[in-house]
Design a protein around this ligand. Structure first.
Ligand code: GDP
Length: 337
């Protein structure tokens, strides 16, 4: 087939920039594709749309299953679209990375929001590694920004590394938790508290309202004990009760987030944070590219497996063994340094 790919990508880029949601979905599928022949196209597309320099507010959102993430995002998203804002929802699902199944993407979620013409919802890409999911999601965020979305919500489940990954692609990070007794506070890892800008205690309604308010006070106390972070105005990070079902507290949370963002923009922290994130992203891409290159060489892969075993047994030192593998990158042959 003789067709100028470049032209195809230029057309697709134009459609994305004009806010065409179908073109956006198609572009995300392209960047999610692991096929090497799609890579040149998706790189070209991403560089073209990046020139628009449009920026959305990227909000990372995490919470354990059942805490009310979908309910919250639906209510919060609809509140924003009602204000005339365009909202995109992306997901980083660590379970899809592990098992190919999904805890975030499969259920019918956010039906009301998905019917909104100003909303765009995309489930997590399924990949074998969390690193791959993260990378595709970062690209999807860039595409959504180019398509003119005002807010991009990036959702993840509160397990392991995924929260840190999502926080690192967000401007602000929100943690959703459930009302619970005092000892539950221990359940939220200190590291997660440290990256949260806002802790929302959901389900502050009905019988749970009082517990939620107590839980909020516990978290507010715990947050005050953390050391002051650069880029935080007075009162942040903060904890507050919300009810996603009754849609209570969402407007307050939005107002507070906007104040936080304005403060960070005024102080230059916003720009510095994005620049640092982009630099880390770049380094990460290089690292992953090198690893892919090694893994695409069967001899290098076999050597890696063998060396990993020897390192595990203590026969080889990790650094020296890694040097052996890295020689493949230079000569294609580990015996030729
Ligand atoms: P997710 O797994 O974090 O996405 O949680 P869901 O949004 O699916 O919600 C899990 C359950 O909690 C559902 O039965 C919701 O109806 C319920 N839920 C979510 N938000 C609230 C809330 O604000 N108040 C109450 N009482 N229940 C809620």
């Amino acid at each position: 087939m003789f067709r100028a790919m470049t032209n195809d990508m230029a057309v697709l880029a134009d459609k994305i920039l004009s806010g065409d949601r179908r073109a956006l979905a198609r572009a995300i599928t392209l960047v999610e594709s692991g096929r090497s022949d799609h890579r040149a196209d998706s790189n070209e597309l991403l560089e073209t749309v990046a020139r628009s320099s449009r920026q959305a507010l990227r909000i990372g959102l995490s919470g354990t299953p059942g805490v009310g993430k979908s309910t919250f995002i639906e209510a919060f998203g609809c509140m924003l679209t009602a204000q005339g804002l365009k909202v995109a929802v992306l997901a980083v699902d660590p379970s899809s990375a592990r098992s190919g199944g999904s805890i975030l993407g499969d259920k019918t979620r956010m039906e009301r929001l998905s019917r909104e013409p100003n909303a765009f919802i995309r489930p997590s890409p399924s990949q074998t590694e969390l690193g791959g999911v993260a990378r595709r999601t970062r690209d999807a965020v860039s595409l959504c920004e180019a398509a003119g979305f005002d807010v991009v919500l990036i959702e993840t489940v509160g397990v392991g590394q995924s929260e840190t990954i999502v926080a690192d692609m967000s401007d602000v990070f929100v943690l959703l938790i459930a009302p619970a007794g005092g000892d539950e506070l221990q359940g939220v890892k200190r590291g997660i508290m440290e990256i949260a800008d806002m802790i929302l205690v959901n389900k502050a309604d009905g019988d749970l309202k009082h517990t939620a308010i107590r839980t909020t006070a516990d978290y507010a106390g715990a947050l005050r004990l953390l050391r002051k972070r650069e880029g935080d105005p007075e009162g942040f990070p903060k904890a507050m009760p919300v009810s996603a079902v009754e849609e209570n507290g969402l407007d307050q949370a939005w107002e507070d987030l906007q104040n936080l963002v304005q403060y960070r923009k005024d102080s230059g922290f916003w720009t510095a944070r994005r620049a640092a994130q982009a630099a880390r992203w770049f380094a990460d891409e290089v690292r992953q590219g090198l690893l892919r290159k090694l893994q695409s060489d069967p001899r290098a892969e076999a050597a890696m497996a063998e060396l990993a075993e020897e390192v595990a047994k203590g026969i080889r030192a990790p650094g020296a063994a890694a040097d052996d593998v890295l020689r493949f990158l230079r000569s294609g042959d580990p015996d030729q340094p």
